[in-house]
Design a protein around this ligand. Structure first.
Ligand code: GN1
Ligand code: MG
Length: 355
């Protein structure tokens, strides 16, 4: 990505500030994100939205702005923050450049910290509170107002069928390298459809979900308090298990999601308990017994769906996720399956805890 025109792009927005320099924020796998450093505070976050992944950019931005406004109206007394978007010079929430790229601009939230992995139980607890609160604050938002920015995003049958198509078209060498991983994914198929079935039967209801609650999408204050949920690109109707599970898969992994040394990938049960405690403190009153009962399966299912998606992308020659080396997606898939293995040993104990 050429970045020399960032100043020009930045100046397409109504920001009243002077561009000084930029720094790439590179933790996402899909969009390109830059911190824009200006002569005076506040700084900004400029994002190029990947429109081959997100086909309806206007719908995506509308979702983000509407959800932020909804949360903002409820946070009046709180020290918590919410994403705040800057309008473009023609009064839109995004800017489309001459090359056809879409950009959005947000205020940078100062004095905030993010974590790729968690080493501190307080972060696990505070992360639970933050994501629980996000779901609670958006629980009265009318889901029919939201665009489904990526249709069937966490739909297991759909993801599984994409995997099966990839198996048909994959190169022999990749199929061979991924044999064990393919077998592991195949064995878990049935159990991993349980939540999908409960959703389809209506036993578990739809609500607003964030759908990308990895811990790096939570901002914390420097003294470890939850501050703001970020990256609301994938806010859509979903079930509570998506957000619970996606957070657990990152918080309770003792290593990063792409750690290649699987001996370092272990499930941290203490962090699971701390996260669940924080999460339920915020949201338990609006959950049914059935929803609570299936939270541990939500954790397993969300870890699995990531393994499935990384593996599918590997078999498709890496057309979706950004990669840094040839087998990156396969490593990610193996990592997630190792986490499931480590988690499965503890799941009975976990179920006792929660029920
Ligand atoms: C992608 O780009 P990023 O990091 O926000 C992906 C998520 C995955 C995540 C795995 C739109 O999110 O679903 O959980 O990678 N987002 C999309 O780290 O596919
Ligand atoms: Mg994301």
């Amino acid at each position: 990505m050429e970045v020399e025109n960032l100043k020009e792009i930045f100046d397409q927005f109504q920001h009243l500030n002077v561009y000084e320099s930029y720094k790439e924020l590179s933790s996402g796998h899909i969009n390109d994100t830059y911190l824009i450093i200006t002569k005076t505070r506040p700084y900004f976050v400029l994002q190029r939205i990947n429109h081959s992944v997100f086909k309806d950019v206007a719908g995506l931005i509308n979702n983000k702005v509407a959800i932020s406004q909804h949360i903002k109206s409820k946070l009046k007394e709180s020290k918590k923050q919410v994403l705040d978007f800057v309008k473009s010079n023609d009064d839109n929430s995004y800017y489309k450049d001459i090359k056809g790229n879409y950009w959005s601009l947000m205020y940078y939230i100062d004095n905030s910290v993010t974590y790729e992995t968690v080493n501190d139980i307080e972060i696990a607890y505070e992360g639970g509170k933050l994501f629980g609160e996000f779901l609670n604050l958006t629980s009265d938002f009318d889901t029919s107002q939201l665009t489904e920015v990526i249709p069937k995003f966490h739909n297991m049958s759909f993801r599984y069928s994409q995997f099966q198509s990839a198996l048909q078209s994959a190169a022999k060498e990749r199929l061979f390298k991924a044999t064990e991983t393919i077998n592991m994914v195949t064995e878990l198929k049935e159990e991993m459809h349980i939540l999908q079935n409960l959703k389809e039967s209506g036993d578990i209801k739809l609500r607003v979900t964030h759908n990308d609650t990895k811990i790096s999408n939570a901002l914390f204050t420097k003294d470890n308090k939850g501050l703001c949920v970020i990256d609301t690109d994938t806010v859509m109707p979903g079930i509570v298990h998506y957000d619970f599970g996606d957070a657990i898969r990152t918080i309770c992994n003792s290593a990063a999601e792409d750690e290649a040394n699987l001996d370092l990938v272990n499930f941290n049960f203490d962090f699971y308990k701390a996260y669940t405690r924080g999460f339920l403190e915020e949201i338990q009153s609006s959950l049914t017994d059935l929803e609570i009962k299936y939270l541990p399966l939500g954790a397993k299912t969300m870890t699995y769906i990531m393994a499935l998606r990384f593996l599918t992308d590997y078999l498709n020659n890496d057309i979706y996720y950004k990669i840094k080396y040839e087998d990156h997606n396969l490593v990610r898939a193996k990592n997630q399956l190792k986490l499931i293995e480590s988690f499965s040993e503890k799941i009975k104990e976990i179920q006792q805890e929660i029920i």
